[in-house]
Design a protein. Structure first.
Length: 344
């Protein structure tokens, strides 16, 4: 595969190296990249020449800034919007269950679809440049790619906090939240890959990991738990208003302007995901994705933030109170013959 391909593969000395290769687009994940990546992962399972897989992003800005939402916008109303989510979620599921060490170097911006190909890995490595976020409610969607699985399993109510605010996590936050296993400075990544050629991944990371410093997520944990463990988004907002602190004011500002519909659906998703295994979370999220693809909220969010860039989405509901329980219920309704299935 040539160096100008969207995704690069190389196998050397037992390591299958994968490079997401769209640095100008912050390595955003396209359907073509998914279709190239997934068969390779499957083939490497039975390939004795591959002991471990290492995934990284090209350039110095991003691991992967998300899925190619512009392509979803441009292809709305076509089979593309079903194919994209179906194939992306199948890839995420393979990563979660991968039988060989899969090491994700989350060096730089890691959001949305980039989280899907890293956080579910057996070994997740943060660097000083890591900035991880799930900002989907800001574009009229929900935290997908397995967000319903890993977010409710973060400490306390921090997962709900991240889901509703889209707050950006630094490396120390990722380690604290359990969505990164080690902090290894960028300058050490080549040495890390070299060590993986001769040592087990657990031993390499245990030896090379460094102290990421203090976590703002940990520092604000008590307030996060007080506010985001409530029984509805409305109750969360009320609790934030009662905090009367600079932190609470900042959080209210982060939540302001996001899709009320997306937030209400996301709250339900995170609560449900806490009781489901990974595969069932992905089945649920696929249902949700297809209901959103049949609506207007997501496409309005992409229009405002990505296409026209006016930063002024006109959401279908002006307030949380305008969103009915029946509308939220519909997002979780079965798809009949269109359900997500997995090939074992």
């Amino acid at each position: 595969m040539t160096d100008d391909a969207e995704i690069l593969f190389a196998v050397e000395d037992g390591i299958a190296a994968v490079t997401l290769n769209r640095p100008a687009a912050l390595n955003a994940l396209t359907l073509g990249m998914v279709r190239a990546f997934h068969p390779k992962l499957i083939a490497w399972i039975s390939d004795a020449a591959v002991r471990a897989v290492v995934v990284r992003g090209a350039g110095d800005k991003a691991f992967c800034a998300g899925g190619d939402i512009r392509a979803l916008y441009d292809n709305r109303g076509t089979a593309f919007t079903e194919d994209f989510f179906r194939e992306e979620y199948r890839l995420n599921r393979t990563i979660h269950h991968y039988p060989k060490p899969y090491v994700a170097l989350m060096d730089g911006i890691t959001m949305g679809g980039g989280v899907g190909v890293s956080v579910h890995a057996r070994h997740r490595v943060a660097s000083e440049a890591t900035m991880l976020a799930m900002p989907e409610t800001g574009i009229g969607l929900f935290p997908d790619v397995g967000g319903s699985y890993f977010l409710p399993r973060m400490p306390g109510a921090t997962g709900m906090y991240i889901a509703l605010t889209g707050d950006r996590l630094r490396p120390a936050d990722c380690v604290y939240a359990g969505i990164a296993d080690a902090f290894v400075p960028r300058v050490e990544h080549e040495a890390l890959i070299a060590a993986l050629r001769t040592e087990p991944a657990d031993a390499v990371l245990d030896r090379m990991k460094a102290d990421p410093g203090p976590s703002s997520l940990a520092e604000n944990r008590d307030a996060i738990d007080r506010c985001f463990s409530r029984d509805s988004v409305e109750e969360v907002e009320t609790a934030l208003e009662g905090e009367d602190s600079p932190w609470a004011s900042k959080v209210r500002a982060m939540m302001r302007g996001k899709s009320p519909f997306g937030q209400k659906v996301t709250f339900r998703q995170i609560r449900r995901g806490a009781t489901l295994d990974f595969d069932d979370c992905m089945r649920m999220e696929f249902r949700m994705s297809q209901h959103f693809m049949a609506g207007r909220e997501f496409f309005e969010g992409v229009r405002a933030l990505v296409v026209d860039k006016d930063q002024k989405p006109v959401w279908q509901h002006a307030t949380l109170e305008d969103v009915s329980d029946a509308e939220v219920d519909e997002c979780f309704a079965p798809l009949g013959d269109g359900e997500l299935t997995f090939e074992d």
